[in-house]
Write a protein that binds this ligand. Structure first.
Ligand SMILES: [Zn+2]
Length: 203
C-alpha cells in the first residue's frame, strides 16, 4: 500500500503522518517543523496536505507546503480556522498563526482521494471541532484529535461537543473492523478493537 512515518512535531507533539508511496507522498497534519517533514519525503512528489482539523498544533507546519503550491485539504467546516488565530487557538499560545489563504480543497464524508494504486476515504467525525474529519485507508484510520489510545479529544473548545464526539466515535469509528489500526493526532497508535474494549471514556 504505502509506508507511514509518524513524526511528532511542535510543542504539543502532534503526530504528523507522512504517507510514502512509490512516487508520491501525502502529509497528514503538519503541525510544525515543516522543513523537517519536507525532508522526510525525500524525492517524492507531495500530492497534498490533509488536515484532520484546524487547530494550530495540527496546521502550523503548512506554510512550507503552501509556498510550494501543494494543495491543502481540510473538512469544510474547519476551513475558517486556517485564517482565524482565535478560532485555531494560536492566539492563546502567544504566537498567533494563520495561513496566507484558505484551503484549496474542502473535504466531506464520502470523498475519495486517489493515492497511487490505493485510495483514502473521508469520514466526518465532528465533536472535537465542527469540521473534524477522519481518513480511512485499507485497514487503517487517521483519527486526529477525535480518538486517542485510551482517551478522546477535548470538547471544551469552540466547536467541541461531547454528545457529538461520542456519536462520531460510536457510529463512525467503532463500526470499523476490530483490527483496524488507529493513528491518532497525539500519542501512540492503537486498534479499534482495543479502544472498544478498554477506552473508558466511551461506554
Ligand atoms: Zn485539536
Amino acid at each position: 500500500m504505502f509506508d507511514i512515518i509518524t513524526l511528532p512535531v511542535g510543542p504539543l507533539q502532534a503526530n504528523c503522518y507522512i504517507l510514502l508511496g512509490k512516487k508520491k507522498a501525502i502529509i497528514i497534519d503538519p503541525g510544525g517543523e515543516g522543513e523537517l517533514i519536507l525532508e522526510k519525503t525525500g524525492n517524492l512528489e507531495i500530492q497534498s496536505v490533509i488536515l484532520t482539523h484546524g487547530h494550530g498544533d495540527h496546521i502550523a507546519g503548512c506554510p512550507v507546503f503552501v509556498d510550494k503550491g501543494i494543495p491543502i485539504c481540510i473538512g469544510t467546516k474547519d476551513n475558517d480556522m486556517l485564517l482565524n488565530p482565535v478560532a485555531n487557538y494560536t492566539t492563546f499560545t502567544g504566537q498567533p498563526f494563520v495561513l496566507d489563504k484558505a484551503a484549496d480543497i474542502l473535504l466531506k464524508e464520502g470523498d475519495v482521494i486517489d493515492f497511487e494504486n490505493t485510495s483514502l476515504s473521508v469520514i466526518d467525525i465532528p465533536g472535537h471541532t465542527f469540521g473534524h474529519i477522519g481518513i480511512c485507508a485499507d485497514g487503517i484510520v487517521f483519527t486526529g484529535d477525535t480518538l486517542f489510545n485510551g482517551s478522546v479529544g477535548r470538547t471544551d473548545l469552540e466547536g467541541g461537543d461531547w454528545a457529538t464526539l461520542e456519536k462520531s466515535i460510536k457510529e463512525k469509528l467503532y463500526i470499523l473492523a476490530d483490527d483496524t489500526i488507529v493513528y491518532p493526532g497525539h500519542g501512540p497508535s492503537t486498534t479499534i478493537g482495543t479502544e472498544k474494549k478498554y477506552n473508558s471514556f466511551i461506554r
